[in-house]
Ligand binder design. Sequence first.
Ligand SMILES: [Zn+2]
Length: 148
Amino acid sequence: MMRINSIRSGIVIDHIPAGLGPDIFNLLELNKADYTVALIMNAQSDKMGQKDMIKIENQLNVDLSILGVFGEGLTINVIDEESIVHKVTLELPEQIHDILSCNNPRCISTVERNVEPSFTLVNPQDQIYRCDYCDHLYYVKEELHAHH
Ligand SMILES: [Zn+2]
């Protein structure tokens, strides 16, 4: 059982695949936070061997479901008064409109600044997404890891 006593009220992102914690930390721009945040790497996990975790002493006004792209089973715990009041286990999103950007230089979403990137999950097993504009395929784990 994980102890969450370092957070009174906020969010704990748990079961992050080991090594991807910093990517999520950067994505959520927690390096700019003016509230307490903690990035824990290589914590022991019965299920995963090792995992990363992020503790945030704040409620974030962003849709965290997109973080499912970092790994199925990633968990969002909402903490209030030092106990978990809400817990969501994420799945791979069917659609992605941020986080990823197409790296095909001729893709309309690369050329036109006002075209929002759009990707569709085509292979959940291997976490492969396809650009909706140019059909480029993305193995999302490698993409996320390479992009910072
Ligand atoms: Zn594209």
